[in-house]
Write a protein that binds this ligand. Structure first.
Ligand SMILES: [Zn+2]
Ligand SMILES: [Zn+2]
Ligand SMILES: [Zn+2]
Length: 273
């Protein structure tokens, strides 16, 4: 199974729009992996995760034809993960094949947002409401939504398994809520790849709950290891970076992450498990 990161930034992008903070100025100057668009990923070139405003740009630079994509998991309704305005193009302005459908999977929060779209978009859009802790199938994949610890009503992280390997896409979230830990433990879940929220960079801890930083990533990884939910072969990748984080530029953060046993995402990064 292959996970490709199409975008790896938090809501404002990196460098952030309208920002002249030191991290942004440095990222703009150094370019390369320091430039991050809004978070989105794709599994095996066919299963999308999230639909941010940078989706169009991701398709252009990665050669993705959205008409070949039929499934998209939505983690939560923040605009850097779900940008419904783009679906208005399905209301007669764009011309997919008549039988084209994009299935969007998400919580009731997503359903509420999509309810504002005009009826015409549903010729090509299909919403599938997902309940947490109820595994479901998308083609060969078994997907399980687990509650995230984040600032929306019903945010999810996703476990995706192809029958051989399993990944956990944990964005956006703090160290997981207890009910999620219980499910992971009770079901003896084992992950070959964990993509973990690191919005705030190298901080040891934060003054708020809802995202993670390196210190919380270490705590979260330890709990997964203690529960035997990961092992020494599991890849742990930190992702979803904000310019407001500490040492958050790729060039500053990647060596710090590596010292602590983590890989650092960048736009276009591919991980095969
Ligand atoms: Zn986000
Ligand atoms: Zn900035
Ligand atoms: Zn969010």
């Amino acid at each position: 199974m292959k996970l490709k990161y199409l975008g790896t930034a938090a809501a404002e992008g990196y460098p952030a729009i309208f920002c002249q903070c030191e991290n942004c100025k440095k990222a703009l100057k150094e370019k390369g992996k320091n430039i991050r668009s809004r978070s989105q990923a794709i599994i095996d070139d066919r299963l999308l995760i999230d639909f941010p405003c940078d989706t169009y740009y991701h398709c252009l630079i990665n050669g993705i034809d959205l008409c070949d994509i039929h499934h998209c998991l939505i983690t939560h309704v923040h605009k850097d993960h779900l940008y419904p305005v783009e679906f208005l193009n399905l209301n007669g302005f764009s011309h997919p094949s008549p039988d084209y459908k994009l299935n969007l999977y998400g919580s009731e929060d997503v359903e509420k947002i999509l309810a504002d779209l005009p009826a015409g978009v549903y010729n090509h859009l299909n919403f599938v409401k997902i309940n947490p802790f109820e595994p479901f199938k998308i083609e060969k994949y078994t997907v399980t939504a687990l509650p995230a610890y984040h600032a929306t009503d019903n945010p999810y992280i996703y476990s995706v398994s192809d029958g051989e390997k399993t990944l956990l896409y944990a964005h956006d979230t703090d160290i997981f809520p207890e009910k999620t830990w219980e499910y992971i433990t009770d079901n003896k879940m084992h992950f070959d790849l964990v993509s973990m929220d690191c919005t705030e960079g190298a901080y040891e801890d934060l003054s708020y709950r809802g995202h993670m930083c390196l210190g919380r990533n270490i705590t979260c990884r330890q709990r997964l290891a203690d529960g035997k939910n990961i092992d020494e072969n599991t890849k742990t990748v930190l992702n979803h970076f904000s310019h407001n984080g500490l040492y958050a530029n790729y060039s500053d953060f990647a060596p710090i992450a590596a010292e602590n046993g983590f890989e650092t995402s960048f736009d276009g990064m591919e991980i095969t498990i």
